[in-house]
Design a protein around this ligand. Structure first.
Ligand code: SF4
Length: 497
């Protein structure tokens, strides 16, 4: 019997295995003693085995298939002390006439090789996922800091997996400490050192809180399967994972969050949301709008009217819905109300190039009325009478507005009328008193948001005095919009969008 002492490395095994295989020593005549794997947790060796004299290594090549060497490199990381005997057995057969041995998955030795190889790969995958670095001040490291992690792999993979962490975190100095060995990176080279006890690594740092909040934010209650979770993230790793401390709390919150998710998805399904593309420009949105079936208005025989204006407008004017003329022409604010609006805009010197106009609801809600009896020939056709959209219409249509305004990002948004106002500030928002000065507030759509009267409401004012008041409020609000947007006589200030 030949006794071979190994240092636990593949290189050490290769040197001996090559000589033994070339001398045709049978696998059954060799005892492989791995000093690393024989080391007890305390660090002492079992006894002190003595090596046997080895045959001289012959000079000729053995002709070992490359695939075997690659697989041996992985399997050599397995913690089992059987690996060296297994690898030698395979090597012996490969160089003694069974060159296609590895192609036979049913061969017991090949099957064992595959099983051990899978175990090492699975362990490496877990290490990539579960190593958590903590920051330490370290004057000897770049930037005066070092990131240190404690980890207990199932197999002897730290040296092999150091390559992965070097590529993943090249710009930070790090150390991964394990009981079997440690790897360190300083920006130039990975160095290895003997295993270290757990208390050499810090158990928390100031980044941990950030990481925990991030984990809580991405924790998906819909995908919680405790058994699968434990299989993916075995409990043995939990003590080194900061996020696991909050798992009981997150799990207890799962029923509430599932209910909330169900509510949100019901709301999204009942809206324009599925029809709004993840657009990078307004043209894509415009092209998708006609297909919208987000509410029943798409069935009322009208076409959806998209917003119109400069894609980088500083000021967005938001109306209620297209009127009869707008729907026919396919553009917002082109009817009588639009004419009044243009007049007021001219008065305050807000120019078209700085504006984008759109509506809270894109279809024309109306009812069809027959002409009164005795109407003249020119009045005989049926008339489409404006009907105010409901809160449900505005909320279902809101994804279009969200998408438009997310692209434009206006400095100022002006809500014209109650429907527009409520689509911005919610259903309880109230129209301003026409006698008060414009009151800018921030909203989710723009840092400056103003509200005033819709020009159509001014045209329908109950009396001339009230109409004048409302018109004055509209003009003052648009003048305030121009001022807030930093526009001087309608032109853009240098350097602005
Ligand atoms: Fe879609 Fe809005 Fe038209 Fe309703 S009004 S169908 S949500 S575009």
């Amino acid at each position: 019997m030949v006794r071979v002492l190994l240092d636990g490395s593949l290189a050490g095994w290769r040197a001996h295995a090559r000589a033994l295989a070339a001398a045709c020593v049978s696998p059954t005549e060799i005892e492989w003693v791995d000093l690393l794997r024989h080391r007890e947790p305390g660090g002492e060796l079992f006894g002190a085995p003595q090596p046997s004299p080895l045959p001289e290594a012959p000079s000729q090549e053995l002709g070992v298939p490359r695939a075997f060497l690659a697989r041996a490199e992985t399997v050599a990381c397995h913690r089992s002390s059987e690996v060296w005997g297994l690898l030698y057995g395979l090597l012996h057969r490969l160089v003694n006439g069974e060159r296609a041995l590895l192609d036979d998955p049913l061969d017991p030795d090949v099957a064992t090789l595959t099983r051990l190889e899978k175990a090492v790969r699975r362990d490496a995958h877990k290490m990539h996922a579960f190593v958590r670095f903590r920051r330490l001040e370290d004057e000897g490291s770049r930037n005066g800091e070092r990131f240190v992690a404690w980890y207990e792999p199932s197999h002897l993979i730290v040296a092999r997996e150091a390559r992965f962490f070097r590529e993943r975190f090249p710009s930070m100095d790090w150390s991964i400490l394990t009981p079997d060995g440690c790897a360190h990176w300083d920006g130039k080279a990975v160095t290895l050192s003997p295993g270290a006890p757990r208390d050499r690594a810090p158990d928390h740092d100031e980044l941990e809180e950030l990481w925990c909040s991030y984990y809580a934010s991405i924790f998906n209650p819909a995908r919680v399967k405790l058994k699968a979770m434990e299989a993916e993230m075995p409990r043995k790793f939990w003590p080194t994972l900061p996020e696991t401390a909050q798992l009981p709390e997150l799990l207890a919150d799962v029923p509430r969050r599932l209910e909330e998710m169900a509510r949100t998805s019901r709301r999204m399904a009942d809206s324009a949301h599925p029809f709004v593309p993840k657009a990078h420009d307004l043209d894509t949105l415009r092209a998708a709008l006609p297909a919208c079936e987000g509410c029943e208005l798409h069935r009322n025989g009208t076409r959806a009217v998209p917003g119109h204006g400069a894609p980088d407008a500083a000021v967005v004017l938001l109306g209620e819905q297209p009127g009869d003329t707008e729907e026919r022409e396919g553009r917002p604010f082109v009817g009588p109300a639009g004419a009044l609006l243009r007049e007021v805009l001219e008065g305050v010197q807000l120019q078209e190039q700085d504006l984008y106009v759109t509506n809270a609801v894109k279809h024309f809600r109306h009812e069809v009325r027959s002409p009164a009896s005795g109407a003249g020939l020119e009045e005989r056709g049926k008339r489409r009478i404006h009907k105010r959209p409901t809160t449900q219409h505005t909320s279902r249509c809101q994804p279009w507005l969200d998408a438009e305004l997310a692209l434009i990002q206006p400095r100022v948004l002006v809500a014209l009328g109650a429907t527009a106002l409520r689509s911005v500030h919610g259903p309880t928002a109230r129209m301003p008193d026409p006698c008060t000065a414009p009151a800018p507030v921030a909203s989710r759509y723009a840092p400056v948001t103003l509200s005033t009267f819709h020009p159509a409401a001014i045209l329908r004012a109950p009396d001339a005095a009230r109409g004048e008041q409302m018109r004055a409020h509209l003009a003052a609000t648009l003048a305030e919009a121009r001022r807030s947007a930093g526009l001087v006589t309608g032109s853009r200030p240098p350097g602005s969008r």
